[in-house]
Design a protein around this ligand. Structure first.
Ligand code: TRP
Length: 454
């Protein structure tokens, strides 16, 4: 059907390379920008507990399942499902992933563009000495501008396309190995600074002391959506990356390690942000602006703060880049393998169409402000719909497929590398992907949307 030469597919080189590329995809704005503001809007510590439960009981098994499908088939998400089930329309799960990829890339790259604006502002001296109130105004002025957000979006999109053009091993793997650990170290510095601010204790309490009365159907749905978003699961990113993973890699081990790195970075971001939120008297429910107001505020308190601010936003941009490339890679792998286009042509088509969607998303508070659906602007619509609807449905279908419609022996072979690894967890895993995960996702989903109340 497709004339693509599958023997020419690229792959990741080393075990560390696999972890870094997958963690590079998972760790990004989802951890440092999205996690804190969603947690801030949804009950703090109560949200964190629900989030933890979801990561362990649903997130890791879904991630393992995506890696299994990818490595088994050596295909993009659409090709993978076509190969595993040629008679039934499972490939539509892959298609849904492609649609989600376009929507995520649009708003996510817009936020990544915000980091570039901040790097620019730091260099231009626009941040130094500003109070929280001034930083809030600055953020709003920027976000409502009719040009700048689109401009920075475009710069970031081109950078993403450039790296994807460089290919999997040279482009993606190489850059992440060095920069990810650096981000981690800097984040620890920021936690220490935030925790020593006067009044920091309240933030720690907000993050870690659960108020169970705050857990509602919406909280749980938001936690589910955030977990899927942060782990990069539910749309085929990890099917695609799984397809580049060498045959001797321990997929379960990789899934656990990547998930733990991702969780750690999110909690560290929370520990850097919430103490400062309370110390500066900002509302934890400040929405998308939260990280962009609070972090510059912390840097004001440090000696040499603007140097640290520069390094931090630079690394945050890099973390975002290792995530955007993983999303673009899904679209490119699909275009090139299923439609038999060259990688270059695939990248050009994908990027060109992304310009239209992403510019619209990036101007959601500016000239596109009037365009809304269900009260959400384009940005929020993409943000909400992908995380809380498309990814959970994708995840549900992925585990249901592996659990019910795919020979258990193949799953076993893939997880145990044809019997060379012990997989004592297998019966638990199988039970989760057949029963727990699909039922839990379905209930959370229906309840969170108010379609089923309990
Ligand atoms: N997980 C990334 C982050 O938290 C974003 C991301 C990359 C993503 N690939 C994805 C989200 C696939 C959902 C699906 O920053």
């Amino acid at each position: 059907m497709s004339g693509f030469d599958f023997s020419k597919r690229d792959s990741f080189g080393s075990r560390l390379g696999v972890i870094m590329a997958a963690a590079g995809s998972a760790v990004g704005l989802g951890n440092i920008w999205r996690f804190p503001y969603i947690l801030g809007e949804n009950g703090g510590g109560a949200f964190l507990i629900v989030y933890l439960i979801i990561i362990f009981s649903i997130g890791i098994p879904v991630m393992m399942s995506e890696l299994v499908i990818g490595r088994r088939t050596q295909r993009n998400p659409v090709g993978a499902f076509r190969m595993l089930s040629s008679r039934r329309p499972w490939y539509l799960v892959g298609m849904m992933g492609i649609v989600a990829a376009f929507m995520i890339l649009a708003f996510y790259t817009a936020v990544a563009g915000w980091t570039l604006e901040y790097i620019y502002q730091i260099l231009a001296g626009g941040i130094k000495g500003r109070s929280s109130a001034e930083l809030t105004v600055m953020f709003d002025t920027f976000r409502t501008d009719s040009l700048r957000p689109a401009l920075w979006f475009s710069v970031f999109l081109l950078a993403t396309a450039g790296i994807v053009l460089g290919g999997v091993r040279k482009g993606i793997e190489k850059s992440t190995k060095v920069l990810m650990p650096l981000l981690f170290i800097l984040l620890i510095f920021m936690c220490i600074k935030a925790l020593t601010l006067p009044g920091a204790g309240k933030g720690v309490e907000f993050l870690f002391r659960p108020d169970f009365s705050k857990i509602t159907g919406t909280t749980v749905l938001m936690a589910l959506g955030q977990a899927f978003f942060s782990l990069s699961i539910g749309m085929g990113t990890l099917i695609t990356y799984g397809s580049y993973i060498p045959k001797d890699n321990n997929l379960a081990g990789t899934a656990v390690q990547v998930s733990m790195i991702d969780l750690l970075i999110a909690v560290l971001a929370g520990l850097a942000i919430f103490p400062a939120v309370f110390a500066f008297g900002i509302s934890p429910a400040s929405g998308e602006a939260l990280t962009f107001i609070v972090l510059p505020g912390i840097f004001q308190q440090m000696t040499g703060g603007m140097i640290f601010a520069f390094i931090f936003f630079f690394l945050l941009a890099i973390a975002a880049l290792t995530s955007t490339i993983s999303v673009l890679e899904v679209i490119v792998a699909y275009f090139s393998e299923q439609l038999n286009l060259s990688r270059r042509t695939a990248i050009i088509i994908a990027t060109a169409s992304m310009f239209i969607l992403g510019i619209a998303a990036s101007l959601s508070w500016g000239v596109m402000k009037g365009v809304t659906l269900f009260g959400l602007n384009i940005f929020d619509l993409f943000n909400y719909t992908t995380a809380n609807i498309l990814l959970p449905i994708g995840g549900l279908l992925i585990v249901a497929f592996l659990g019910w419609f795919f020979p258990g022996k193949s799953v076993r072979d893939e997880l145990s590398n044809d019997g060379s690894l012990k997989i004592r967890y297998y019966s638990l895993y199988r039970f989760i992907i057949r029963f727990i995960a699909p039922v839990a996702i379905a209930l959370v989903f229906l309840n969170g949307l108010g379609l089923l109340a309990f």
